[in-house]
Ligand binder design. Structure first.
Ligand code: ATP
Ligand code: MG
Length: 748
């Protein structure tokens, strides 16, 4: 078959070694997933194996679908008959068939995380436990951790595994909660995500005939991204493969990034012990990336002590150097990335889908999204809602909307009882009906609520309207940021989120802070004359209402590094390389944690095929303050041979060069002066009557004033699609190319 001739000798060996246990340990981009794909085709096509007898487990559904499509291309429709999917999807399917053996009906429900938390919330309440200590998400993550280690509620109390003092203190009651939670799930004929794996283990342990059946069925078992399996998953594969021993696992210890969720890198090491006649294949040639990218990635991972020796190389070209870009602020970073995409795309005739932007935490997408929108670049966020669609952001925005416009019914519905203030659904319904029947605004109804509501609801509503009124009063005197901060605090939203100490809770809290930061930047922006809350909301509404071209596949991909595993893109931007952000302050408690962060950086850089950009901002708004940010230690660790530091700021949106001493790799090691001072020292002060003109008729030879660059002469105006640009020679700042859709210019 010609598909075999496209493999290197080691890859070919891995494909053709079909009988007996096989482990492929290989670096990023060395063709692990490709080998798995071709191996399946080979088994069916050359070895005559029935596709129904092949089970392949992937990390995401997306990966499974892609693999299936590729096999289909190689061998046709037969490919569809193989068992392929994530652990959860494959074993949910099996549990449906076998449910009866576990006392479940086959139509059992699968609870998602929200369902699970809501159930835990009720149980904690019933048991009269403190719901500030026994937070649903904390309780759930403890239960989930136990299940992934295969610790049942019966065994939980004697399980020695304890990570923290908090955990130790919670333990006695946790056992009880775990027990009741399982009983209630069972009564509701429901399983949560972790049960799907846990119960599969129970099934195979207690029902040898069932195990036998699946051992016979799956003569060939394959696992991609094996380094990120947890104990529960590991044991399932081990049991299934026990008879035929035709198990092939594929992984890269350098890319293990899910330890915080119970994945265990030891599974790779144990594998050799479990299968004494294990055959191991190493793949060391990288086909994905340029030499510069491969060398850079190698230099990153070399800093980790815990790793298996690998020598990754590539025959590909050197390619362009890795570009290191520093931005003055997070917004500037967003603009820098967006402009680079815009320019490179036009220069090299690329598609949006050739680009990916990777970040450490979801909240970083905000500045990037805004910059991309402003430049009309279509994008999609994978595995996370777009910033302004997130629940906590919508909640706070709803408050702000309602303060500005107390007839806003949708906003009212969102906030009237959030955070909880004892206004039940029935009362809300009555209010809405009254507003509808009398055709009067919500505000009028709720300020006269005593005429048709009674008791606690009335008092609570009065408190609510008093609060909203006080916000509205403040709005007359204060700017958008001051009002929004006040609302976030006094509504109780911040406290509510602050008290949730889980990773999700922290994320939500950070997101709300990030919204406040955005408002602060809006208020601080010299170009925004009207700093009122109303003006800000309008600006955002225009942003979010923009058509996002949902059916368009040609989009720039934005996602966390965790979500990018296994994928590849021609151009990759890894953003926010700053201390405390990446490596993340929250996740770093030990050397192991630092090494996991570093593996994450390795995963990020190895997604790039042709060009890799690493960016960091010198300042970032966090917690409503402009913080100076140190460049990430990961940047300092890079081998400078392959790197080009782009010192020049983004000229098309009018940047400046940050003054300071350059250290290794172009970084300033010492404390820097506050960036804002740096700007104001150089920047032009706009004339008192400065007002941006309509630039539709801007033409060569006109004199203009820019709020930052001062006076200049238009040299050229050009149209490129929807983006009109003007080249302007400024008296004090030299030549700049500005995008007219957002340059503020006064025609003099
Ligand atoms: P990761 O560790 O990121 O999951 P991987 O080891 O699974 O990477 P693949 O995604 O399978 O790597 O392959 C990386 C790229 O290299 C793909 O574009 C693949 O098509 C290409 N590739 C792999 N092997 C070869 C080969 N022998 N000849 C040409 N291209 C190859
Ligand atoms: Mg892969």
């Amino acid at each position: 078959m010609d598909y075999l001739s496209n493999l290197n000798p080691q890859q070919r060996e891995a494909v053709e070694y079909t009988d007996g246990p096989l482990m492929i340990i290989a670096g990023a981009g060395s063709g692990k997933t490709r080998v798995l794909t071709i191996r399946i085709a080979y088994l069916i096509h050359q070895k005559g194996v029935d596709p129904f007898q092949i089970l392949s487990l992937t990390f995401t559904n997306k990966a499974a679908n892609e693999m299936k499509q590729r096999i289909e291309k190689l061998i046709g429709l037969e490919a569809r008959n193989t068992w392929m999917g994530t652990f959860h999807s494959v074993f949910a399917k099996i549990l449906r068939v076998e449910a009866g053996r576990l006392g479940y009906p086959s139509n059992f429900t699968i609870y998602d995380t929200e369902d699970s938390k809501s159930l835990i919330r009720s149980i904690v309440k019933e048991k009269k436990l403190d719901d500030k200590v026994y937070k649903p998400s904390t309780v759930l993550s403890r239960i989930s951790g136990a299940k992934n280690r295969l610790v049942s509620w019966e065994a939980y109390l004697n399980d020695p595994y304890i990570r923290s003092d908090d955990e130790a203190a919670m333990k006695p009651k946790m056992g009880e909660l775990y027990k009741t939670y399982q009983e209630r799930l069972f009564k509701s004929s429901a399983m949560d995500f972790d049960d799907l794996l846990f119960n599969t283990n129970v099934l195979f342990r207690d029902h040898p005939d069932a195990l036998y059946k699946y051992q016979q069925r799956f003569r060939y078992v394959m696992v991609d991204e094996f380094q990120d399996t947890n104990l529960s998953q590991y044991l399932i594969t081990k049991k299934l493969a026990a008879v035929h021993q035709n198990i092939c696992v594929v992984g890269d210890d350098a890319q293990s990034i899910y330890a915080f969720r119970g994945a265990d890198i030891q599974n790779i090491l144990n594998f050799e012990k479990d299968y004494p006649d294990l055959h191991t294949v190493k793949l060391e040639q990288n086909y994905r990336s340029t030499k510069n990218i491969v060398h850079t990635a190698n230099s990153i991972i070399a800093k980790n002590k815990a790793q298996l020796k690998k020598n990754i190389w590539t025959a590909n070209d050197h390619g362009a150097p890795i570009e290191l870009m520093k931005a003055a602020s997070d917004n500037e970073e967003g603009r820098l990335v967006a402009t680079t995409i815009f320019e490179e795309k036009n220069k090299l005739q690329l598609r949006n889908s050739d680009f990916a932007i990777l970040y450490r935490t979801n909240s970083q997408s905000r500045a990037l999204e805004e910059a991309l929108r402003k430049m009309n670049i279509n994008y999609r966020i994978i595995g996370g809602l777009s910033f302004y669609q997130r629940r906590e952001i919508k909640d706070l925005m709803a408050y702000l909307r309602f303060v500005v416009n107390p007839s806003d019914e949708e906003a009212f519905k969102r906030i009237v009882n959030y955070p909880k203030r004892g206004i039940g659904d029935t009362s809300v319904e009555k209010i809405l009906i009254a507003a509808y029947e009398h055709d009067i605004p919500i505000w009028e109804v709720i300020t006269n609520a005593s005429s048709f509501l009674s008791g606690r609801a009335v008092t609570s509503l009065e408190d609510f309207t008093t609060m909203v009124r006080s916000f509205a009063m403040e709005m007359q005197r204060k700017d958008a940021y001051e009002v929004a901060s006040l609302v976030a605090k006094q509504s109780g939203i911040l406290r509510e989120l602050y008290e949730d100490k889980t990773i999700e809770g922290l994320n939500r809290y950070e997101n709300v802070q990030e919204l406040l930061n955005a408002i602060k930047e809006y208020v601080d922006g010299p170009e925004n004359e009207n700093k009122s809350l109303g003006a800000f909301l309008q600006e955002i509404a225009l942003l979010t209402d923009e058509d996002q071209n949902k059916n368009n596949d040609d989009v720039v991909t934005l996602m966390t590094i965790h979500a990018s595993k296994g994928l590849e893109f021609k151009f990759v931007f890894v953003v926010g390389l700053e201390e405390d952000l990446f490596p993340s302050q929250m996740m770093m408690q030990s050397r192991e944690d630092l090494e996991e962060e570093r593996r994450l950086f390795y995963v990020a850089t190895t997604r790039a095929m042709e060009r890799l950009y690493l960016t960091h901002a010198m300042t970032r708004y966090r917690y409503g303050r402009l913080l100076n940010c140190e460049p990430s230690r990961f940047l300092e660790e890079l081998d400078p041979t392959y790197i080009k530091v782009t010192k020049k700021m983004d000229t098309s949106v009018g940047g400046f060069q940050f003054p300071g001493r350059e250290g290794k790799n172009g970084f300033v090691g010492l404390k820097r002066p506050a960036i804002r001072e740096g700007i104001t020292a150089k920047v032009h002060t706009p004339s008192p009557d400065f007002k941006p003109s309509n630039t539709n008729n801007l033409a060569e030879g006109m004199k203009v004033e820019h709020p930052k660059f001062g006076f200049g002469l238009v040299m050229k105006v050009e149209t490129e699609g929807a983006n009109r640009k003007a080249s302007i020679h400024f008296d004090n700042f030299g030549d700049k190319t500005l995008l007219l859709s957002f340059a503020k210019l006064r025609i003099v």
